[in-house]
Structure formats: structure tokens, C-alpha cells
Design a protein around this ligand. Sequence first.
Ligand SMILES: Nc1ncnc2c1ncn2[C@@H]1O[C@H](COP(=O)(O)OP(=O)(O)OP(=O)(O)O)[C@@H](O)[C@H]1O
Length: 283
Amino acid sequence: MSRGLHLPMAFEVDLLGLQLQGQPVLKTLYTALPRQRWTAIVGPNGAGKSTLLRAMASLLPAQGRIDFLDRPLGDWGPKARARSLSWLGQNESGGDDLSAYEVVMLGRLPHQAWLSPPSAEDHEAVAQAMRQTQCWDWRERRLQRLSGGERQRVLLARALAVQAEVLLMDEPLAHLDPPHQADWLDCVRHLTAQGRTVISVLHELNIALQADELVVMAAGQVHHQGAPADPATHRALQAVFDDRLQILQVQGQWLALPFSPAPAAPPPAAGDLAPVLPLRRPA
Ligand SMILES: Nc1ncnc2c1ncn2[C@@H]1O[C@H](COP(=O)(O)OP(=O)(O)OP(=O)(O)O)[C@@H](O)[C@H]1O
């Protein structure tokens, strides 16, 4: 996705940099993320993926320009932004004493007036989101009593209950088993079919390769942006992962397989080279 294209964008990010505790974490960086699509942000550990996503969620101040739905992010009021932009963070803490239902209801706060009780519409949105992520059956259980994967499904339901136009998700598949990863994929496809936008940071490259668009990051910059089937995207992925990745197509689906370069064969020991001769009794 290059500068100057006038497709409708969920985000246009033109950064001069972002520092954390005096350390430059993001450098000069440009990316435009299309609306009604699923974009996956990938790259090695420490590339700056979460930092970029947090800057887009207004959780970190960045130097430069971030436009959200064609308006500068800073021009959005907190409530209007919270209704339009849903956030699922990485390893989120808090809410441990609340029931799963109460946690998901927190996603409805941007729709509620101060101190007013949840409306029928709020309860309906919560029930729908909890059924979608299959956590309705344990809605009465405290968050602290749930396994990592169960907890993640509750937090995902909270993000869905917002019913925002754009969803930002940092490592949404953390702790999810393969069937629930597949359910997450179905959920994302359902959201984009409804006209929503999903932007996710993912480590699971085989899942990321099913996105509509990939942003490949390395060392605080966008190294490449393109379609998952584009050979240039494959080359970029291989480059940022130090060529320790093979990208193959199996039954129409792109797969990324990590591999170790074969260790050099050790030189043979002298004894290994000696011909093995049949022993003969001397005549
Ligand atoms: N609060 C902080 N203060 C200083 N440096 C930080 C802080 N948070 C993160 N960093 C550094 O910023 C860099 C980018 O971190 P970030 O979490 O954005 O990377 P990432 O690509 O999401 O990594 P990962 O794949 O490991 O989750 C890392 O080198 C990290 O050590």
C-alpha cells in the first residue's frame, strides 16, 4: 500500500518517531491500513509491533501524524473514539475479581451514560459477544478462576461487545488452542464481511498469512507492506527473520515454516576413513 493511494483508510500513520524512557523504539515510519479489511502486523521480537499498535490506540504519544477514519486521532473525543475503536491488549491485567459477564460488560461503557444501568441493548451485545467466543457457559465465573485461554476468550468478547468499527488486537491468539484459533479466524472474517476493520499483531505467521494485508516490521520501522500471496512479502518475511523461514503453499494456503540451517558436517575422523578389510589368517 503506497503513499498517494486514495482508498478509504482506517488508519494513516506518518511517524517521525516514538521514544520510551528516552530510548527510540519507533523510527520514521509510514503505513496506511485499509478499512473493512484484516491487516496483520508481523515481525521479530522487539520490532516495535505492540508499540505501534499502542500508539494507534492513543495509549502512547508519538511524534508525527496518526489519522483515524480520516480525522487526526487527537481530534477525537475519548468517548467517540472508544465507541469506534476497540482494544484488546497483550497480557491485560485487572478485573480479576469481576465475573466474566461483568468484564465483557465493560466493553459497553462507551455506550452508557454516566452511572446509568446497562440497557437491554447492552445486555444483548454482551450475550452475543460471549456466545461468539464460546464463553457464555461460564459467565458467572470470576476472571481469576479461568485458564489463560478461557480468560483470553472473555477479553476477546469484551472487545467484540464494543461493536466498534475498528478493532485493534495485540496477540489475540495468545493461549488459544487450535480450534479456538480457527474460531478467531472465522470471527475476523465475519467482522470484515460486516464492514468492520481488524488490525492485529500476530506471532502466528501461518494465521497472519491468511490476512488481507501484511505489515512486516523490523527494528522500529515498516520494512514492507503487501498481500500475503505476493512474493515480495515472502522475501520481506524471510529477510526480517534472518532467512530462518521457508514459505510454502500447501493446498492453496501459504505456510511459514521455521528452520535451522543444517549444521556443517564435522570432518571425518581418520579411523572412519580406513578401509575395512576382511581379517585373514596369515598363510
Ligand atoms: N517501557 C519501555 N521502555 C523502554 N523500552 C521499551 C519499553 N517497552 C518496550 N520497549 C522496547 O521497545 C522495543 C519494541 O517493543 P515492542 O513491545 O513494541 O516490540 P514487539 O515487536 O511487539 O515485540 P514482541 O514480538 O517481543 O512482542 C523493544 O526493544 C522493547 O525492549
